[in-house]
Every structure is written in structure tokens, then in C-alpha cells.
Design a protein around this ligand. Structure first.
Ligand code: HEM
Length: 484
């Protein structure tokens, strides 16, 4: 599974393909925070960030099925994502309640506290849901809704493909797939949302760092443009803030290893088979490695040029994502999510805590959830940088000799991801164009459609529905984008 993950599922091109999903979910969060700000209401940022990460990972792993279902009016993928989150959380909660005597030793068959039954039920519910989802994927495939050429295969598509391929180098079964998803949901949601909560807590507590970060974002991105994932490489202070957050508040503070051979570590004899914990939390606060280890000082990551302090675990003093063959393969995905989200929250809002500006926020570390208390705070809009709800996309034709020109106002390239002129203007698909100009509005049913103007024909790729207004004047066409 690890091999499939690093070669197929979480490659950088696969992650880039889902940029629009992460952006859409982030935009929705910002919109809801703007509403809270207008109403003067508090928000539980811990909950919001947990929902955000759940939605992103759900859409990236099972999103293709969702988009085929989304043609039905009452379909709501966020309800499904939250349902999945509930099933996983249930398993995790049941797991936490287990006592040692229930797992090891002669008493375990008596299931003394009923936890055995509870966890069995939780697994069963999850298993049934996954069975149903896999069935829907397979039905979609049979109906050619998701075809082999689909550029946007999600994690489930790729795994089912591998499962069907008897000649694949790694063979997997449906059971593998089900348990793989369980691990992914368990490993990704709490860790990623916790990292963002800790970063926001530290930033709210430290107005000078908050201000410096906002200044960096505005100077690089501009104060009237929303920060994007692609801006992150140019934001060294933002990166330093998140590295420092993960140093002090690692969502995965303990790494586990089993010795495969008899060995000696720091003078201790370790027998093969011994299970060990590597305490990253302590390592990343070790005064022999870090100056003022308890202080939140992002600058330390800007100054240390002789060490490679990244997320790859090459420096054994800094291990937020572990190291070696069992290191976290979700780190690149997490990096996209945490940087751009924290940057947007800093860029768009001022934050106040319930108890006033100076209240402290306790941060504790742990496997699930770093905050001692939910991060309840008041957002106040600093700058509404969201694209207007109905950005206008205008396509102009300047005559036969000139190519079509695209002007996207407040609209990402992802929205129109394929745009080219067709040579054969008599293509039979031209007929569809009449619907656009005659009826005024038109809704794309597939992700590629053809339009023409005059003797020009153009193929446009869609991610979602698209309404077209009638021709306004001459050869000019204007579309309203009801995206998201
Ligand atoms: C800020 C977010 C995250 C942090 C801090 C984090 C941290 C970690 C750590 C410390 C480990 C153990 C590594 C080791 O033993 O060397 C780990 C393993 C793992 N992580 Fe993450 N993780 C994060 C996000 C994610 C995401 C988004 C995913 C999935 C998309 C993910 C999937 C996994 C999996 C499946 C493992 C087990 C790998 C194995 O056993 O080979 N993690 N993570």
C-alpha cells in the first residue's frame, strides 16, 4: 500500500490536480467566517478546521463518485463527508476506551466492559458504508460515468483499478481498500486540523508575529488578492511559522518502531522484536538542539542555514512527519492545506478571543487534538478578498485572424481548464451551440462542451455547471459563472 501511495495516490501531480477542491473548500470556510463576522458571532475554529480537512480529504479520495451523484438536486457531499468522519471517529472513540486487560491476557474473551461489542459494531457500520461506496463506484464505471480517460481519478478510482488489474505489481483486495481508507481518514484529519489550530492559537496570542506574517503576505501577494497555494514558496515567514508550530506542537508526537535485528542504541541493548517509541515531542524541545526551545520563534527557521529543517525528516532534531520508510506520506498534502489556509485566515480576518485580546490559549500535545479547549474566537473581516459570487467570464473574438481571448475576472484558470479552437467548424457538436444563443441559459452536463461564434468554434472544459447568457453584442459572449 505504501508503494501505491507514493507512486500513484499522493504524487505531486495527483495533489496538484486537486488544487481546485482545496481552494473551493477553503473559500467556503472564508465565506462562512465573513457571515459570522457580519453577525458578530463567535466561531469554533477547531470545529471549522476539522470540517475543512474532512471535506478536502473526502473529496480527494472519493470525490469522483460525488460529482457524478451531484447532478441530483438533493445531493450534498458535505453531509456524506461528515457522516464518514462520524463513522471513523466512532471507531477511534471505541478504541480509546479499551483497557489493557481487554486486549491482552485471559480475561479478554469475556469482553468485561462491552467495548469489544461496541468496536465490532463501529467497524461493521464503517464496513457497510464502504461496501456501498465501492458498489456505487463500480456502477458508475459500468455506466461509463467515470471513464478511463478521466483526468481526475481520485484515490478510490486508482485503488479499484489496481484491484481489478490481475497483472499489477502489487495486488490488493477490497478489504485492503476499506482498511486503507480507514487509516487515511484517521491519520489525516485530526493531524492536519490540529496543526492549523495550533498555528492560529499561537498567532492570536502573538500579535507581533501575526502582523509580520500579514505584512509578508500582503507584500508578496498584494493586499487585494487572496493568497493561493502557489504563493507559498514565496512566503518564507509563513513557512517558518508553520515549522515552528509543528516543532512545539507536533500532532504526531511519538513515532513507533520495532527493532528488526539485535542492536545497540546509546549504549542500550535492544533485542530484535522490541517495540520502541521515539519521543519527537521531547526531541523537538531538546535544549541541546534548540536555543530557547520553549519559545515560539519562527525566525529560528530563517536563520539556520546549515541544517535541512524540512518535513522530510532528514535532520533528526526536527521530525514532525517522522522519518525514513515509515515517514508520513501525507506531508505534501498537509503542507498545501496548512500553509494556504492559515495564510488566508491571517490575510482576511482579525481574530479576538472570547475573553478579550490578552487571553491565553492552552495548547497541549496528543495523538488526537492538540488544543486543551476548543479554539472559540471572533473573526472580524480585515479584507474580503473572495471573488465576487458571480464573477463574469468574458470571451471576446476579435475577428477571424485573431485567436479567442480569455478574460477571467476573479475566476481561477481551473474553472475553464481547457480552451482551444477546433479546426473543424462543421463538427456535428456545433448543433449544441444553438441552445446557448437561442435559449439564453444553458447548463453543461459533461465536463467538455463546444460553443461557436460566427465561424469560430471553441471547446471549453468545465468542472461544474456553467450558465451562458445570450449574445450581448456583435461577436461578444458573456458567461455567468455560478461556481461553487
Ligand atoms: C500536519 C499534518 C500531519 C502530521 C503532523 C502527520 C504526522 C505523521 C507522523 C509523525 C507519522 C509517523 C511517521 C513515522 O513513524 O516516521 C505519520 C504517519 C502517517 N501519516 Fe501523517 N501526518 C499529517 C498528515 C497526514 C495526512 C494528510 C495523511 C494522508 C493523506 C497522513 C497519512 C499518514 C499515514 C497513512 C501514516 C502511516 C505511514 C506508515 O505507517 O508507513 N498524514 N504522520
Amino acid at each position: 500500500m505504501k508503494k501505491i501511495c507514493v507512486t500513484k495516490l499522493f504524487t505531486s501531480s495527483q495533489l496538484l490536480r486537486f488544487t481546485h477542491v482545496r481552494e473551493e473548500e477553503r473559500t467556503k470556510l472564508l465565506k462562512s467566517l465573513i457571515e459570522r463576522s457580519a453577525a458578530g458571532e463567535p466561531c469554533d475554529l477547531s470545529k471549522e478546521l476539522e470540517a475543512l480537512t474532512s471535506l478536502m480529504i473526502y473529496r480527494m479520495t472519493m470525490g469522483n463518485r460525488s460529482s457524478s451523484l451531484s447532478s441530483s438536486e438533493d445531493y450534498n457531499y458535505s453531509v456524506e463527508a461528515m457522516e464518514m468522519r462520524g463513522l471513523i471517529r466512532n471507531i477511534m472513540e471505541c478504541g480509546k476506551k479499551y483497557a489493557v486487560i481487554e486486549v491482552f491476557g485471559p480475561l479478554r474473551r469475556f469482553d468485561l466492559f462491552g467495548n469489544g461489542k461496541r468496536i465490532e459494531k463501529a467497524f461493521l457500520r464503517y464496513d457497510q458504508r464502504l461496501e456501498q461506496i465501492i458498489h456505487e463506484y463500480e456502477e458508475n464505471r459500468m455506466n461509463n460515468i467515470i471513464d478511463g480517460e478521466n483526468e481526475e481519478k481520485d484515490v478510490m478510482d486508482i485503488l479499484l483499478e489496481t484491484c481489478r488489474d490481475s497483472s499489477a505489481e502489487v495486488t490488493i483486495t477490497k478489504s485492503h481498500i476499506k482498511y486503507f481508507f480507514m487509516e487515511i481518514f484517521m491519520a489525516s484529519v485530526d493531524s492536519t486540523s490540529t496543526a492549523m489550530q495550533s498555528a492560529m492559537a499561537e498567532l492570536i496570542n502573538r500579535p507581533e508575529i501575526f502582523k509580520k506574517l500579514r505584512e509578508e503576505i500582503n507584500s508578496v501577494v498584494g493586499s487585494n488578492q487572496l493568497v493561493k497555494e502557489s504563493d507559498v514558496p514565496n512566503l518564507p515567514y509563513l513557512q517558518a511559522v508553520l515549522k515552528e508550530t509543528l516543532r512545539l506542537h507536533p500532532p504526531g508526537p511519538m513515532l513507533r518502531r520495532t527493532a528488526t535485528v539485535d542492536s545497540k542504541i546509546n549504549g542500550y541493548d535492544i533485542k530484535a522484536g522490541t517495540k520502541m517509541f521515539v519521543n519527537c515531542y521531547a526531541i523537538m524541545r531538546d535544549p541541546n538542539v534548540w536555543k530557547d526551545p520553549e519559545k515560539f520563534m519562527p525566525e529560528r527557521f530563517l536563520d539556520c542555514c546549515d541544517r535541512v529543517m524540512d518535513f522530510k525528516g532528514q535532520d533528526f532534531g526536527y521530525l514532525p512527519f517522522g522519518s525514513g520508510r515509515r515517514a508520513c506520506f501525507g506531508a505534501p498534502h498537509a503542507a498545501y492545506v496548512i500553509h494556504a489556509t492559515v495564510a488566508a485566515l491571517v490575510q482576511c480576518f482579525d481574530w479576538k478571543l472570547e475573553d478579550g485580546d490578552k487571553a491565553g490559549i492552552d495548547i497541549v500535545s496528543g495523538y488526537t487534538g492538540a488544543m486543551a479547549h476548543p479554539l472559540v474566537c471572533y473573526p472580524s473581516v480585515h479584507g474580503n478578498l473572495l471573488p465576487s459570487p458571480n464573477p463574469v467570464i468574458e470571451c471576446y473574438v476579435y475577428g477571424d485572424s485573431r485567436p479567442w481571448k480569455r478574460l477571467f475576472e476573479g475566476c481561477e484558470e481551473k474553472s475553464l481548464y481547457f480552451f482551444t479552437r477546433l479546426k473543424n467548424k462543421n463538427d456535428e457538436k456545433d448543433k449544441r451551440i444553438n441552445r446557448v444563443t437561442d435559449s439564453g441559459t444553458w447548463r453543461a452536463q459533461s465536463d467538455k462542451e463546444v460553443f461557436s461564434y460566427g465561424d469560430q468554434t471553441v471547446l471549453i472544459g468545465f468542472k461544474r455547471s456553467f450558465s451562458f447568457m445570450p449574445k450581448t453584442s456583435g461577436q461578444e459572449s458573456r458567461g455567468i459563472w455560478p461556481y461553487g
